[in-house]
Design a protein around this ligand. Structure first.
Ligand code: AHR
Length: 339
């Protein structure tokens, strides 16, 4: 099965628009809210705040854009930022959060590398009276009083969108569709959720099989390396690459070209993030589609922190609005991309 791209773009765009409208109508309106920090009237409204931000790392174009968005928004609001790059290591994040607690920051923004193992340190923050705002990724912890709100994308939905696109594009294809998957960082929310959402949709399509699946740690270098191994073991039988982010897809595209196949023609390429690099690859005809994961939510995060510290009730879950883009839109949209 080759050349999956069948030009069902209009139908796909209509579906994307419907999904976007549905997301907009539910965004940020989850029933649960966080109790205001202070009902005594002793709020920090209008004060210059000190905000500690424990970021995952600098593993992808997405991450770099997210860091910049957060840094610029905090600066623009006149607050002070204490920034820590965890280099994709959980132990670094735990150290950073403890250091923010020791420095008595007003709020901690935390983008967890993995979902589990943060109870103790988040309890320490709570005991110190420092509110924690989850940014981009969620934690898997029962006691949700340990954080104020989670602002980020719906990763399960991103996985579903990727699979729905594939189902549409291959509606006329007879026979098996062999998919290889490049997973994100093991144990991270986007890797777990993007896999789950994708598998949920293809479960209704028995001809679609994930024949190989391995982590590429969200980086170009690892994406290339793992794709080389996939190609070496069964290159001629791979129909589709589903990469949990664009950086890994871009690394894999290089591996596919070096192997002597044409990305987006011989192997359909699906990425997630919608970074500039993906638009460049799509404009060059080397990538088919990217599902947007919008990192530019620094200003939204600052608003949430200020509102909470000013004593307002805020939702426990705030979703980032996003879309998805195909290769035929890439050339026109590339100059408008912010990240
Ligand atoms: O948590 C968001 C994910 O982390 C992005 O999709 C990926 O590129 C990043 O590294």
């Amino acid at each position: 099965m080759r050349k999956l791209f069948k030009g069902k773009t209009i139908l796909f765009l209509v579906m994307s628009l419907m999904l976007l409208l549905a997301a907009c109508s539910s965004s940020g309106t989850g029933g649960e809210t966080s109790e205001p920090k202070d009902s005594s009237g002793d709020s920090k409204s209008g004060d210059k705040l000190v905000i500690g931000f424990s970021q995952v790392g600098a593993e992808s174009e997405w991450r770099t854009a997210n860091t910049k968005s957060m840094q610029e928004a905090i600066k623009a609001a006149g607050h002070e930022l204490k920034f820590s790059d965890a280099q994709q290591k959980q132990e670094n994040q735990i150290k950073a959060i403890r250091s923010f607690i020791a420095q008595k920051v007003d709020a901690i923004v935390f983008s967890p590398v993995v979902e589990t193992g943060f109870e103790t340190v988040l309890k320490e923050a709570k005991d110190a009276g420092i509110p924690v705002f989850l940014s981009d990724r969620a934690v898997d912890i029962e006691d949700d009083s340990l954080w104020v709100t989670f602002l980020g994308s719906d990763f399960v939905e991103e996985g579903r969108k990727a699979a729905k696109w594939l189902v549409e594009e291959t509606a006329d294809v007879e026979g098996d569709i062999n998919i290889v998957e490049l997973q994100g960082t093991v144990g991270s929310a986007p890797a777990i959720d993007r896999k789950e959402g994708f598998e949920e949709i293809i479960a209704d399509h028995p001809n679609m099989k994930i024949v190989k699946s391995q982590t590429g740690d969200f980086t170009r270098a690892k994406g290339k390396e793992v794709m080389e191994a996939f190609l070496k073991s069964d290159g001629e039988n791979i129909d589709v690459l589903y990469a949990h982010n664009d950086d890994m897809a871009i690394g894999a595209i290089q591996a596919i070209e070096e192997y002597g196949l044409k990305p987006a023609e011989d192997i359909t390429i699906i990425g997630v993030d919608a970074v500039k690099g993906a638009f460049e690859a799509m404009a060059a005809g080397k990538m088919n589609v990217t599902v947007e994961c919008n990192p530019m939510f620094g200003p939204q995060m600052v608003d949430l922190i200020e509102a909470y510290l000013a004593g307002e009730e805020i939702p426990k879950r705030v979703a980032v609005e996003e879309s998805m883009y195909t290769m035929d839109q890439a050339e026109e949209l590339l100059p408008t991309r912010e990240y």
